[in-house]
Design a protein around this ligand. Structure first.
Ligand code: F6R
Length: 610
């Protein structure tokens, strides 16, 4: 989703801004722009639809140099992705970049037009620029004008502003869209994600909801939502920037798929004793809170929601705890009846997904027992605002289609299930010790699944000319099928649907013919025979089957049936293992189709707007 970078320094900052934008590319965007207060004393901008490389080329042809500037990657919400709508937006001698959505933009636009302001774009952001211009005329000081402006904005924003009138500073405001200040020596920076600034600093100050910041070369001043001057703690990262290159892999997505044994291992580290899960991995108050839990409500979006759906099977089967799972965009607007002693669990890779965050904020008003975030970003809003946290250790995920984040979320959710069962005494005897043992073996089992890479690559050829596919699964493999279908549609643009296999004859069977491959995952469990019957229904209609089956399931290749043998695994862990071939399948189909695997069209990595 949109990205912001800003800098105020003694040196030329154009290259720093461009590098920052490149580091934010993984979030997804469709235009990019930069505004610089030039050494000649004028405010200039360059904007381009398309990739940052096109902006870079434009700046090579007509360079802009200066010591104060802001830059942006835009993911279109209001108005098409064209140069006119790209940020920064100018008003008078101001330049503004904005992440988020201004909900009252139409009212404000009408008022500003009545006052004589002329609009040149279709964006909600330009409204902020003119409102700020208006306030600046009235109040004379940029920071004061920004404080007055945000009071009139409804919606979500991360804002960065510069002005040719007061070129000694960069001003910023955060409400619903993250911003972080990067601290330098005699220079300071701003970005929507610290990753954008890791090339210039390792010291950061995170703005909190409602904060306004005035950033100068030698100082940073912050005011909170009540207008009080505040000190915000700075954090320093010493872990070194994580490798942001593809290494030997052609795409980040493939690299991230292959990282799964290592990141699952990392997610388990320090969280298991000899034969138990260490409940305190969820925080010091976890044991006391978990003892009170009688229900679990999980809320998440997309892939993270699929992880939650798998967890429902685990929580009810292993820990005997009733569990509901809902997509955040529905949950947040629904009148919810909260059962007593319900733990509210959010799952998110980024921890900044607008709907999930809003759902958490609503939940806090609704009387849940406590909130727990399963998240991959320790400094995210979701983590900061939750009572308990379990950080997945997937490392930075750059491919827009989530892979390693999903499998580490599943690991985190299984740790949660075992912890709740342990504390509440609801696990069957010996189950925890067995599963802890199986979890220890999981990284090497994932390695075995990854070794099937070239087999899956061949299977992918069956899909290259197809327009529709069906994914089937039963039990906890149904959400795995949903995740497989989501991956395929996201990156190959092939229409893919997932169904519980038992639902086939209630409708979707009508779609099956020899042009619609049917993919299924078949671990060796008590549902296997039922699944086999469902697959017969497909074959009988000429449907071509691709089955990822347990090596002990007794399934073999036949006419129209392609069976890929999977290593045997404990049934509870099978959703994690069977995810791997489905990820590989969608990856190789996308490669064959020549799509942009790491940055699929219309999608963003971190969905920070509603
Ligand atoms: C799909 C994908 C998305 C995200 C969803 C939630 O591959 O990545 O469906 O899972 O946008 O994002 P997070 O997990 O960051 O809340």
């Amino acid at each position: 989703m949109c990205g912001i970078v800003g800098a105020v320094a003694e040196r030329n900052i154009t290259a720093i801004l461009l590098e920052g934008l490149k580091r934010l590319e993984y979030r997804g965007y469709d235009s990019a722009g930069v505004a610089i207060f030039t050494n000649g004393g004028t405010l200039e901008r360059t904007r381009r639809p398309g990739k940052v490389s096109e902006l870079e080329q434009a700046l090579e042809n007509e360079p802009l140099a200066g010591r104060l500037g802001i830059a942006h990657t835009r993911w279109a919400t209001h108005g098409a992705p064209c140069e006119r709508n790209a940020h920064p937006h100018f008003a008078g001698d101001l330049a503004v970049v904005h992440n988020g959505i201004i909900e009252n933009h139409e009212t404000l636009r009408a008022q500003l037009k009545d006052l004589g302001y002329v609009f040149t774009s279709d964006t909600d952001t330009e409204v902020i620029a003119h409102l700020l211009e208006h306030k600046l005329k009235e109040l004379g000081d940029l920071t004061v004008a920004l404080k007055a402006t945000v009071k009139e904005l409804h919606g979500a924003y991360g804002l960065a502003v510069i002005s040719a009138q007061q070129p000694d500073r960069l001003v910023a405001a955060r409400s619903g869209s993250p911003l972080v200040i990067g601290l330098g020596m005699g220079e300071n920076f701003l970005a929507s994600d610290q990753l954008a600034l890791r090339q210039v600093t390792d010291r950061f100050v995170y703005l909190e909801e409602g904060d306004i910041a005035e950033i100068r070369r030698e100082s940073v001043q912050i005011w909170d939502v009540d207008g009080q001057a505040v000190e915000r703690e700075s954090v320093q990262y010493r872990d070194g920037a994580e490798a942001a290159d593809k290494g030997e892999f052609r795409h980040y997505m493939l690299k991230e798929i292959h990282e799964q044994p290592a990141v699952v291992q990392r997610t388990l580290e320090g969280r298991l004793s000899q034969n138990q899960v260490l409940v305190q991995a969820f925080g010091p108050q976890a044991a006391e809170l978990f003892a009170k839990v009688r229900n679990v409500q999980i809320v998440a979006c997309g892939t993270s929601y699929h992880a939650g759906m798998v967890a429902r099977y685990w929580l009810e089967e292993l820990a005997g705890i009733p569990c509901q799972v809902e997509v955040a965009s529905e949950f947040r607007y629904r009148k919810v009846v909260v059962q007593a002693d319900t733990l509210f669990v959010t799952i998110s890779q980024s921890g900044e997904t607008a709907d999930t965050l809003a759902a958490l904020r609503n939940a806090k008003e609704l009387g849940y027992l406590a909130s727990l975030a399963i998240c991959n970003v320790g400094i995210s809003s979701l983590v900061r605002e939750s009572d308990l946290t379990l950080l997945t250790q997937a490392g930075r995920e750059i491919g827009v289609a989530s892979t390693k984040a999903f499998t580490t979320q599943l690991v985190g959710l299984l740790l949660l299930t075992l912890s709740l069962g342990q504390v509440r005494g609801t696990l069957a005897s010996g189950v925890e010790a067995t599963l802890v043992e199986e979890l220890r073996r999981l990284p090497s089992r994932l390695g075995e699944a990854l070794a099937m890479d070239s087999t899956v690559e061949k299977i992918a050829e069956l899909f290259a000319e197809k327009n529709h596919t069906l994914f089937l699964g039963r039990g906890a493999q149904f959400p795995v099928a949903m995740e497989g279908a989501l991956k395929l549609k996201e990156i190959s643009y092939i229409h893919a649907e997932a169904y519980p296999a038992g639902e086939l004859k209630h409708g979707p069977l009508a779609l099956v013919d020899n042009d619609m491959p049917v993919v299924t995952v078949a671990p060796n469990n008590e549902l296997l025979e039922k699944l086999k019957s469902n697959l017969q229904e497909v074959r009988a209609r000429g449907g071509e089957l691709i089955v990822f089956a347990d090596e002990q399931a007794g399934m073999t290749n036949g006419e129209g049936t392609h069976v890929v043998q999977m290593p045997h695994i404990h049934d509870i862990l099978s959703p994690i293992l069977y995810t791997i071939p489905l990820q590989l399948l969608s990856y190789y189909v996308a490669v064959l189709k020549g799509t942009d695997v790491d940055q699929p069209r219309n999608l963003a990595k971190s969905v920070t707007v509603e």
